[in-house]
Design a protein around this ligand. Structure first.
Ligand code: ATP
Length: 519
């Protein structure tokens, strides 16, 4: 590199410090500049959070790396770097596994292992903040790197982090002031921050949670099975002013019909055979806190009537008692049923439905969250890698594509299970060795309805599906399938999909609504 281009790169970096950029872009520009200064295959910026390292930005590493949480005790190289006050390089023959083995972007499976690796610890305001790591697949790549240059890069990284964090701090301060003015209390708590997902619908959901958390509104959380309804209920409670009070969860589907009333409202001694002492119900246990009624759509009609009475006036009676008790409980309820349909069919009381859905919150399905699928996959891969004591666990490119193309009827829970099963399957193969880099193939995932299967649908099958339907329904079925597939390919970007289909965005949005692909 000539001195002039070297100076140019450094000047660009310093210029960036003065710009007001979103943190993700700021860090990405920093990493790109570092790759221009030091020839390598991957750079990563990781922040220390307790006993693990969280990648804030990566360049040259697979996208799922951003969803990984590297437990320091599992990664001796990270441990050594964190303990070393100066930049350091690992010897080429170091037996220690590299945390990024198999994660370098765009390389063939024969050359997955990182061969040259260096890094430096970052201190912000005198406190250990995290790490900057540089990796190369070629041995001896860093032979000519001057450690003074690495020290300079570390200082510029710290300056970038300081500026980024300061700007974020000022931004959230401004937001706080604004929200205070609107008489909202900022309801951000740790757990919500730790949820994995960056897609637009997921970020929108997190915002909605922050907004609704500090009201005392009853929230009806809806969404397909496994989307994270329970997680959201916990998130709302955590972010609410009641978070020091109990959160009591009841799974309405698991309650035996004859015990529902006593479980929810409690009983007095002798109220029925088996009531050997006075017992408080879930409502009383949740007093001043939150009661989460999971699978509320499964409650039988008799129990719905009793629940409605308590929701109307906060007064309840233990089974067998004659005096009334008053409770102050915030209600969150969840269901994967379409309750409006349940009401229509007479299985759910309309008045209870209206009481529960004061604030309806719909959780988007996993297939509507685009690249979040890969981030979550990375998160679960790292969990499994650590649990199974593996050196490295990665996804082959075709496996990544298959994950993105799959429809995920069981959503996040299904993804969690698919990755856990695939990791076990791979490990149990006789060739698999814990110390090699294990790559999950598309076949390991054993997804049921991937795109290939859809493509293999024969016209005969399509004919038989169409039999007995009118022309309009057949057309709609076709459009629904085709447009969902194109939306998935464009990661739910409406404008890009509309462009490809040659219609305008508003017309496509209307069509999606008519086909019930969007609300
Ligand atoms: N964004 C996320 N980040 C990390 N883990 C998640 C996320 N969303 C969901 N999960 C995990 O996915 C699993 C399913 O979530 P959860 O139990 O909340 O779904 P649910 O909608 O309540 O399911 P069901 O309808 O079956 O009751 C849980 O293990 C949860 O921790």
């Amino acid at each position: 590199m000539t001195t002039l281009s070297w100076l140019n790169s450094i000047t660009n970096l310093v210029d960036d410090l003065a710009l007001e950029l979103p943190s993700a872009e700021r860090y990405q520009r920093l990493l790109m500049a570092i790759r221009r200064l030091v020839s390598c295959d991957a750079v990563a910026l990781l922040r220390l959070e307790g006993d693990y390292l969280v990648p804030l930005a990566v360049n040259g590493l697979s996208k799922d790396t951003l969803g990984r949480r590297f437990v320091i005790d599992d990664h001796p190289r990270f441990k050594i770097l964190l303990d070393c006050p100066e930049p350091m390089r690992f010897p080429a023959n170091s037996p220690l596994p590299d945390p990024y083995d198999g994660l370098i972007d765009g390389v063939t499976s024969q050359q997955l292992e990182v061969h040259d690796c260096m890094g430096c610890v970052l201190f912000c305001h005198g406190k250990l903040w995290g790490l900057l790591t540089l990796d190369a697949l070629e041995r001896n790549s860093f032979d000519k790197v001057d450690f003074n240059l690495l020290q300079l890069i570390a200082s510029l990284t710290v300056a970038t982090v300081n500026v980024g964090e300061r700007i974020e701090q000022l931004r959230s301060q401004a937001k706080l002031e604004q929200e205070r003015a609107e008489s909202f209390r900022l309801a951000i708590t740790q757990p919500i921050h730790k949820w994995i997902g960056e897609s637009e619908p997921f970020l929108k959901l997190k915002k909605e949670i922050e907004l609704v958390a500090n009201s005392d509104l009853t929230v009806l959380i809806t969404g397909e099975t496994g989307v994270g309804k329970e997680l959201v209920a916990y998130g709302i409670h955590q972010a609410s002013a009641r978070n020091r009070q109990p959160l009591v969860a009841v799974n309405c589907a698991a309650l035996p019909e004859n015990l529902i009333e006593s479980e929810l409202f409690g009983h007095v001694k002798g109220a029925f055979s088996g009531a050997i002492s006075d017992r408080a119900g879930k409502f009383e246990q949740a007093n001043n806190g939150t009661l989460f009624l999971d699978e509320v759509g499964e409650l039988p009609l008799a129990a719905q009537a009793k629940l409605l009475r308590v929701l109307q006036n906060g007064q309840l009676q233990r089974v067998g008692a004659d005096k009334e008790l008053h409770v102050n409980v915030r209600i969150l309820a969840a269901t994967n049923r379409d309750l409006t349909n349940e009401v229509k069919e007479g299985r759910f009381r309309a008045d209870l439905y209206h009481r529960l859905s004061v604030y309806p919150m719909h959780i988007p399905s996993l297939r509507a969250r685009g690249n979040d699928i890969l981030l979550l996959a990375g998160y679960f891969l790292e969990q499994n890698r650590s649990r199974l004591g593996l050196r490295a666990l990665r996804l082959e490119p075709l496996a990544q594509a298959a994950l993105l193309a799959y429809s995920w009827p069981g959503n996040v829970r299904e993804l969690e299970h698919v990755i856990a099963r695939a990791a076990l399957r791979l490990l149990s193969r006789s060739v698999a060795n814990k110390q090699t880099i294990l790559s999950l193939s598309k076949q390991d995932l054993q997804l049921l309805d991937n795109d290939q299967d859809k493509l293999e649908e024969t016209p005969v099958n399509l004919h038989s599906q169409a039999k007995g339907k009118d022309l309009r329904s057949i057309q709609d079925d076709f459009l629904r399938n085709y447009i969902s597939e194109r939306l998935q390919v464009h990661q739910n970007n409406l404008s890009a999909t509309a462009r490809e289909l040659g219609v305008n965005r508003a017309n496509l949005a209307r069509l999606l609504k008519r086909l019930q692909l969007r609300k």
